[in-house]
Design a protein around this ligand. Sequence first.
Ligand code: NCD
Length: 299
Amino acid sequence: MMRHIISIKEFEKEEIDALLDHTRAIDAGNYDRHALEDKILGVLFFEPSTRTRMSFEAAMARLGGKSIDMGGVEVSSVVKGETLADTVRVVSGYADAIVLRHPKEGAARLATEFSSVPVINAGDGAGQHPSQTLIDLYTIRQAMPLDGIDVGLLGDLRYGRTAHSLAYALTNYDVTIHTLAPEGLEMPPNVIENLRERGVEVVEHTDIAEFAHGLDVMYVTRIQRERFPDMASYYAVASSYRVTPELLSGARDSMIVLHPLPRVDEIDPGVDALPHARYFQQARNGIPIRMALLLEVMG
Ligand code: NCD
């Protein structure tokens, strides 16, 4: 059966663990460089991206496959008024799988109705970003077991799809989730309720030093400026939190700091050289994770 990758909620724990194990093998160089030799990946990004787009293409290339890229909204027929449904119908005739990023929540799910090939959700508005979540889990697992840990989510927990995806994925493990967000950007109540229903303790914080203190993982996100209804409400919360070396001096020595990137000003560059900083390693992990996913849908 055709396998779409739309939400991390669709993955059983065993499946996640198997994917992370496969990723580790790929990371160690154990993969067939010709596995996707006759395959083409259709890259449809309706929103900006550096890492996700480039690492999907690099992952495809490492497996011997090719990518074709719509090239962004401005240069595509989207500006002529083509619908997502038609674009997806057409590109699924050119490619063996589609990776889609779109500003509207639910767009990837919708695309599956019109696609004759597997669709991978590379971010749908404030919704989900499953491949990023697998990268996040993999990076945590490189440093510590995924069980018995305190994970803190910091930043825009209202609009940040990576925080939503990761929080759901963590309910498969024995973790406590801690949250800290600027006023108005808290984790939506229905998401928190859903996490609790899935058996995870969620602790909401208001003080950043106290938050940083008890964590094994600090997951930092940027304020999702493009999702704000107007710029005044963005500027009201911009630059309202910052992770600095001073803040981390009160944290556990073994705590790791993650960020899906891009960062704006929420992590001081002084943190980059500290052993806590794992966000560039995390970005690098995009390659083996996406190789594993591409093999999953096309291998
Ligand atoms: C994230 C995204 O697009 O959701 N970027 C990424 O894929 N690494 C995070 C963000 O844009 O803040």
